[in-house]
Design a protein around this ligand. Structure first.
Ligand SMILES: [Ca+2]
Ligand SMILES: [Ca+2]
Length: 314
């Protein structure tokens, strides 16, 4: 909520025939307190199909009360007209990510009932939209999947600029990942990286402040083993380039510490191409990838980027 949680409008709603009461044979009057959060001040919410009714009330509080009385209502726009009158719009929408749907207007407010989207149950930047009259929700995920966007499908894209949690041996991966299209900067073909970072063991540009075209050359060798992840989908995809010699330059998939699959570049060249392993047999298992550069000779380099689980697109 952009203005924080503010319990602005407390509506004491006499609710005579709730399902709960009927189920218990109890017709005793229930006192329901419904809270609204102010989501925006000086702005109102505008989304086609969300307006249930437009009326005039004496106050913002009365508008909230009208909303509580309307089974479809999840939020309200109120616009103070004068001291004793308020334009009251009842809306059937509630959720997060409403900021792009706001329109500026003096003396207006957009307020949402507290629902299953408050607080936001969607993880990793996912947006929550209320459904089933506030009792349920759906998450719109970014680069993730799962009910609450908890499933990670882009496993390693190196876009943090660090090999966080990776275990390194030797020296080939000490200055990784590489910032920018450093092969292109050296006058070679593009590395065909995704995003702004990739792993390239010939390269030496570990930050934007390092000069472009920096290189450590073919000499360094070593391995980089990833943190553990759980395989969800049927394929593990990755971009790979460099030397096409699987004996010296490769990406390995490890299950229980054993290599179950390995791949190398299609040809000895800088541009990475997408390859994949069929991991159907390993669904649900913990795995790691290991990047291997064991050559100091000509083309003794490995490029890797965008290691992802196919689960999110299945
Ligand atoms: Ca990347
Ligand atoms: Ca090397």
């Amino acid at each position: 909520m952009s203005l924080g949680r503010v319990f602005f409008c407390f509506v004491f709603y006499h609710f005579f025939k709730t399902t709960h009461s009927v189920a218990n044979g109890n017709n005793k009057e229930k006192l329901i307190v419904r809270n609204f959060d102010i989501s925006a001040k000086g702005k109102f919410f505008s989304k086609p199909g969300s307006l249930l009714s437009n009326q005039t009330t004496k106050s913002t509080k009365e508008c909230c009360f009208k909303c509580v009385q309307n089974k479809e209502c999840l939020s309200v726009n109120t616009i103070a007209l004068d001291q004793s009158r308020c334009q009251c719009e009842l809306l059937n929408w509630a959720g997060t990510g409403f900021e792009n749907q706001l329109v500026s207007k003096t003396n207006s407010r957009f307020m949402q009932m507290q629902t299953s989207c408050s607080p936001n149950p969607c993880q990793n930047g996912g947006q929550c939209t209320v459904k089933d009259r506030g009792t349920n929700y759906t998450c719109t995920c970014v680069g993730r999947t799962g009910r609450n966007c908890e499933e990670k499908c882009v496993l390693f894209d190196f876009e943090s600029g660090r090999l966080e949690g990776w275990n390194l041996t030797g020296t080939a991966f000490n200055n990784q990942p590489t910032y920018g299209d450093n092969t292109l900067a050296r006058g070679k073909p593009s590395a065909n990286l995704k995003g702004k970072w990739f792993v390239g063991t010939f390269e030496d540009r570990p930050s934007p402040s390092h000069p472009a075209a920096g290189q450590q050359g073919n000499g360094p060798t070593g391995t980089a083993t990833s943190p553990t992840f759980v395989i969800r989908g049927t394929k593990l995809r990755f971009l790979i380039g460099g030397e096409s010699n699987i004996n010296t330059e490769r990406l390995e998939l490890l299950i229980g510490g054993s290599v179950v699959a390995k791949a190398t570049s299609t040809q000895s060249d800088h541009p990475m191409t997408m390859k994949s392993f069929d991991v159907t047999a390993y669904k649900g298992k913990e795995a790691r990838v290991r990047l291997v550069d064991m050559s100091s000779g000509s083309w003794g380099l490995l490029n890797v980027d965008q290691i992802e689980d196919s689960y999110c697109s299945e």
